[in-house]
Design a binder for this molecule. Structure first.
Ligand code: PAF
Length: 280
């Protein structure tokens, strides 16, 4: 039987309602499509821990700023549905923009603090767009579990915060970043890299990994991050938005060496803006 694609909240709730009547737990995997193995690893995790898995496909216009790549963002629903089906997902929810944001839509979910730093500073409005659409998807589906990649580490923390603050009854699970053999984190926007840029791109993972190793070995974070920025510029990146070591939960600057920390970075390479992070 081929996988079903539903487009309305009523149809989504009808399918999920049937599963819940059969006492099946539901896992939600929100995506913007252009699926790669990072997304599919979330589907695999959901299949392992829930009875039914629903993948969502929605290129959310509200998380793209003016001048960002909304128009170019890779799209291919048929290929995405085929990949979801081959992986064993049970349902695809692919709403239309006009159904997600009908005329008169006026509500925003903003996660203050956590949503304003790092990516939030460089992409104003981004996390409000993400938090709004994720809150909608979670309330529309009311899954038992929802799965997000560690690759978008700050996004994951923003989503954990909004779920806690809004008492949405869902377990949020972060799943490990999937990488190419040379270390480059899988991302839909890697498609923007030219062949030359693709060869330079793994420098980002190498740079943050060396910061993590240096800081774990007792080095001072600011010096290690400055060194990584220089390495990235020498590797061909045109600008480094940040390389920083933060508290792994609050993403505040590290003040307590005994708390878990994370190295996070964002840098521009050609048309692509790459982000990555690793644990210290
Ligand atoms: O990570 C993404 O692909 C998106 O930000 C998400 C969580 C699906 C919301 O549009």
């Amino acid at each position: 039987m081929s996988i079903e694609v539903v487009r309305t909240v009523a149809d989504l709730r009808a399918r999920l309602g049937d599963w819940k009547c059969d006492a099946l737990t539901v896992g939600l995997v929100p995506t913007m499509g252009a699926l790669h193995d990072g997304h599919l690893s979330l589907v695999r995790r959901s299949l392992a821990v829930t009875g039914r898995t629903c993948l969502t496909l929605f290129v959310n216009p509200r998380q793209f700023g003016a001048g960002e790549d909304l128009a170019q963002y890779p799209r291919g629903e048929a290929a995405d549905v085929a990949l979801a089906e081959a992986e064993g997902a049970h349902l695809v929810f692919a709403p239309r923009p006009e159904d997600m944001y009908p005329k008169g839509f006026a509500t925003q979910v903003a996660v203050a603090g956590l949503g304003d730093i790092l990516e939030g500073e460089h992409r104003p409005g981004f996390f409000t767009g993400v938090a709004t659409v994720v809150a909608k998807l979670l309330v529309q589906a009311l899954p038992d579990h929802a799965f997000f990649g560690d690759k978008d580490y700050q996004q994951l923390q923003v989503i954990r915060r909004l779920v806690a603050d809004l008492d949405i009854p869902v377990a949020i699970e972060g799943c490990p970043t999937q990488r190419e053999p040379d270390g480059l984190a899988l991302a839909s926007r890697n498609a923007y890299l030219t062949a030359d840029e693709r060869r330079s791109a793994p420098a980002l993972y190498r740079a943050i990994s060396s910061v993590a190793a240096a800081v774990a070995g007792g080095a001072e974070a600011a010096g290690a991050c400055a060194g990584a920025t220089t390495v990235l510029m020498e590797a061909g990146f045109s600008a480094v938005d940040y390389v920083t070591v933060r508290d792994a939960e609050t993403l505040a600057p590290v003040t307590d060496a005994n708390r878990p920390a994370r190295v996070l970075a964002a840098a521009h390479l050609g048309q692509a803006r790459l982000i990555d992070n690793v644990a210290v």
